[in-house]
Design a protein around this ligand. Structure first.
Ligand code: THU
Length: 162
């Protein structure tokens, strides 16, 4: 028997003032996008803004549905939109934020497992790490330099080919 440990790394900032201008703008875009989310059932509004290697920003927000499972999270709306419209352009950074009208979200958003897996595919696809910037409505900012810090033991394409 072997007990093993896995290390993940992340950074925390006190506020957006500690971000550089490019990342501050990206987070701001994520916030603006969250205001356009279609979330009449949860009233939880999530926005994701992706910065591509060519300088283009792609945004997405959660889209809910009366048949609940038919909706989609902001992260996947954004990342699939990038994949559909810029299929060969690397994704450098993703900023994700959220708000609700029932309380002040003061902790960084923690993306759901399905979105982590969906985002991981694009690191594998472009062989390039994606930086993730997470914030709630206010409060500290959490940053990872790779999806693998969000999703250790991710399912990867090689497992289909062995
Ligand atoms: N949601 C996201 O858009 N991203 C996440 O990472 C977590 C949850 C959405 C899905 C649903 O519309 C609402 O937030 C409440 O779960």
């Amino acid at each position: 028997m072997q007990n093993l440990e896995l290390k993940i790394s992340y950074t925390e900032l006190e506020s957006e003032n500690e971000l550089n201008e490019v990342e501050k703008t990206l987070l701001q875009k994520a916030r603006e996008t969250s205001n356009m989310a279609y979330a009449p059932y949860s009233n939880f509004f999530v926005g994701a803004a992706l910065l591509l290697e060519n300088g283009v920003t792609v945004c997405g927000n959660n889209q809910e549905n009366a048949a609940f499972p038919s909706g989609l999270c902001a992260e996947r709306v954004a990342i699939f939109s990038a994949g559909a419209n810029y299929p060969s352009v690397k994704i450098k950074t993703i900023a994700i934020t959220c708000k609700t009208n029932t309380f002040k979200v003061d902790q960084p958003l923690s993306p759901c497992g399905a979105c982590r897996q969906a985002m991981s595919e694009y690191e594998t696809r472009y062989k390039s790490n994606i930086r993730i910037i997470l914030q709630g409505e206010t409060g500290k900012i959490r940053i990872m330099n790779s999806i693998s810090d969000l999703l250790p033991f991710m399912f990867v394409a090689e497992e289909l080919k062995k």
